[in-house]
Design a protein. Structure first.
Length: 226
């Protein structure tokens, strides 16, 4: 693949986002563009993405997710719960080939599509597990768990924190009600031995709208938390 695709793109990279895309993907930008093309074509045909999202694929979806990439330590394992169309899992895996990703997705048709994209992009750092996250408690040991648009935080922590097996962090992409969600989830966070729950943004200097993250740690000292 080359940076300039030989055929017209269904969802071309907007000029105003080129700097952000280059900063987040670097030499892997051609693969990111190919991924966006999959989203804009077969992703819509298979019902993974709504047609109205095509003009917003880069800013609202792919770059919004890729903004997490700098937070991931080299050599870690990331479990992405409810991967769907690969957001944020595939968007991150393309940017960070030095990190292992496990995409957990219960729907077969989504898993089939994800595998097709992984094969087409020749991604060697991604594994797909079909099923609900609860089925893999005790089997998957992740250093970081990610999730986007899966459920409210009070329920999300029950689906994600056990995958850390006592050590690691949840990085959940959330909206403007993130702090309120933390407050509602306090009981479940405490029950699951989560701590240091906080809200912050990433991509502030790159994206038109920064990505809001909720981070919850398990088994870490304050000094070790990012």
């Amino acid at each position: 693949m080359t940076d300039e695709m030989t055929t017209p793109e269904t969802a071309p990279l907007p000029d105003e986002l080129r700097t952000a895309a280059q900063a987040l993907y670097g030499e892997h930008l051609p693969a990111a563009r190919a991924y966006v093309e999959h989203l804009a074509t077969s992703g819509i045909e298979r019902g993974l993405i709504g047609p109205r999202e095509v003009p917003r694929l880069w800013d609202r979806h792919v770059l919004n997710c890729a903004a997490l990439a700098p937070l991931l330590p080299v050599g870690t394992t990331v479990a992405d719960v409810g991967s769907g169309a690969g957001l944020p899992g595939l968007a991150l895996a393309i940017a960070r080939p030095d990190v292992e990703f496990v995409l957990i997705e219960p729907l077969e048709r989504r898993c089939i599509w994800l595998q097709e994209v992984i094969d087409d992009l020749a991604l060697e750092n991604v594994t797909i597990l079909r099923g609900r996250s609860e089925q893999f408690f005790g089997q998957v040991k992740a250093d970081v768990v990610t999730a986007r648009a899966v459920s409210a935080l009070a329920h999300l922590v029950t689906l994600t924190l056990p995958l850390l097996q006592g050590q690691g962090s949840l990085l959940a992409l959330k909206g403007r009600s993130a702090q309120e969600e933390i407050e509602k989830a306090e009981k479940n966070i405490k029950k699951l031995k989560g701590k240091n729950a906080r809200v912050f943004t990433v991509g502030d200097d790159l994206l038109p709208e920064p990505t809001t993250i909720v981070q919850i740690d398990v088994g870490r000292h304050d000094a070790e938390a990012s």
